[in-house]
Design a binder for this molecule. Structure first.
Ligand SMILES: [Zn+2]
Ligand SMILES: [Zn+2]
Length: 423
């Protein structure tokens, strides 16, 4: 088939889509997530269960350990095509090349306010899309990019406001982005460097998008690799995913206006919870015993559920603003339990939405409200759904074919259709 004919068919498909099909869905994966669409299973069968014409799904490839800024840039160019531009100011500040890889054919080059996209984002995919919106509004991608290109943001287990797990895995609580030696984070960082060094020989599933950092054996000597394994210029920098989920990075982003609601975009978050309160006297949480079948998640949930936020330096804004020295010393007595209730990876307060409730627009749905709100979604407000007895991977990305997953995808498909009807 000639390229012209392919393009023609692509355009025809686009015009049919405008007439009959819903807006396509972009899947943005989380930390260490790659383009392994097969893990997600046949979710699209249930996503399209109630519609006559199947909605197109687009999996994008963005840096699995990269910073939100770098991921958001890669996301934009993966859809539009072109050479990934991280921006002059950003690249100078973080000492990497301004330009990344060239994408000769974007996955949705017709993306525009008249052909907007839905985003389904798992874990750090959530704050990645928030960063994308922020960069669009700042003019990072030029005048043709517009916030109305984003029709809806649908986040699952997203650490919008960070997670204490990053400190448990190695980030220094008193000196982020430094990483503790021999911690999980430190070892993972070394593996990322080794795999990036060998990148030209490896399959796409191990693509760490290190193009702008010149990390492969074609770019650097073996001695330079050893230097990176000793102290990483990437993993222990402010321009990497671990730092971006620290409380310090979240406070910096929020004070910069990132995460402010756009009145035209439809927002919903799905908050997974696998814990219950440990006792009446403290707000700490423990995982339900039924989750012991996922031992790593069970252990991390226990640790997240009793984290001592008073060890963090600088003190996170949600702690510092309370102003009471007793509370700052024993936050588990005074703060809401949502800081410790968690899905094994992310605390509940962080999964809700960016910014505290008092500084954004949100509706936290309880069971009775669910159906009514799904049929009449409103733009410019976060619809916060709670998913009880679910861990970080219960809904996505790992398809297990449970009734819960099938129903969840089906409801999501209905919600996306309602969004389009209420525009
Ligand atoms: Zn960067
Ligand atoms: Zn809220």
């Amino acid at each position: 088939m000639t390229r012209t004919r392919t393009l023609l068919m692509h355009r025809m498909a686009g015009s049919i889509q405008n007439q009959n099909l819903g807006a396509p869905v972009v899947i943005v994966q989380g930390f260490l997530g790659t383009t392994a669409a097969w893990i997600w299973g046949n979710f699209d069968h249930y996503l399209n269960f109630d519609s006559k014409f199947p909605r197109r799904t687009i999996f994008v490839s963005v840096g699995p350990v990269s910073s939100l800024h770098d991921r958001a840039c890669e996301l934009y160019y993966a859809l539009m095509g072109g050479t990934v531009d991280y921006g002059l100011e950003h690249s100078e500040a973080h000492k990497h090349a301004r330009y990344g890889r060239h994408i000769s054919e974007g996955q949705y080059p017709e993306w525009s306010p008249t052909r907007p996209l839905h985003f389904i984002a798992h874990s750090i995919g959530g704050p990645t899309v928030i960063k994308l919106l922020h960069l669009i509004k700042q003019g990072h991608f030029g005048p043709s990019a517009h916030a109305q290109m984003i029709l809806s943001i649908n986040a699952i287990s997203a650490p919008f406001r960070g997670t204490q797990l990053v400190y448990l895995l190695g980030e220094r609580a008193d000196a982020a982005p430094a990483v503790r030696p021999l911690s999980f984070g430190s070892i993972l960082g070394k593996w990322v460097h080794i795999l990036s060094y060998m990148a030209p020989l490896l399959p796409q599933a191990l693509d760490f998008h290190g193009d702008c950092r010149s990390l492969t054996y074609r770019d650097i000597s073996f001695f330079s690799l050893l230097k990176q394994l000793w102290t990483s210029d990437w993993a222990e920098s402010r321009d990497a995913a671990p730092f971006d989920v620290s409380c310090q990075a979240v406070d910096e982003r929020e004070s910069d206006g990132e995460g402010v609601i756009d009145p035209n975009i439809f927002y919903q978050s799905h908050v997974a919870v696998m814990t219950r309160r440990r006792s009446e006297s403290v707000k700490f949480h423990i995982p339900a015993l039924s989750h012991i079948a996922s031992p790593l998640m069970y252990i991390s949930s226990r640790l997240v559920g009793k984290f001592d936020f008073s060890t963090l330096r600088p003190s996170p804004s949600f702690l510092a603003q309370r102003g009471d020295s007793d509370c700052a010393a024993r936050p588990e007595l005074d703060m809401g339990e949502e800081y410790w209730a968690n899905d094994g990876v992310v605390p509940v307060f962080s999964q809700w939405h960016p910014l505290p409730c008092r500084l954004t627009r949100c509706r936290h749905l309880v069971d009775g409200q669910l159906d009514e709100d799904r049929t009449t979604p409103s733009p410019g407000i976060w619809h916060v759904n709670r998913e009880e007895d679910a861990h970080h991977m219960s809904l996505v990305p790992l398809w297990t074919g449970t009734d819960r997953q099938k129903q969840w995808w089906r409801r999501l498909g209905q919600w996306l259709a309602s969004v389009e009807e209420s525009r």
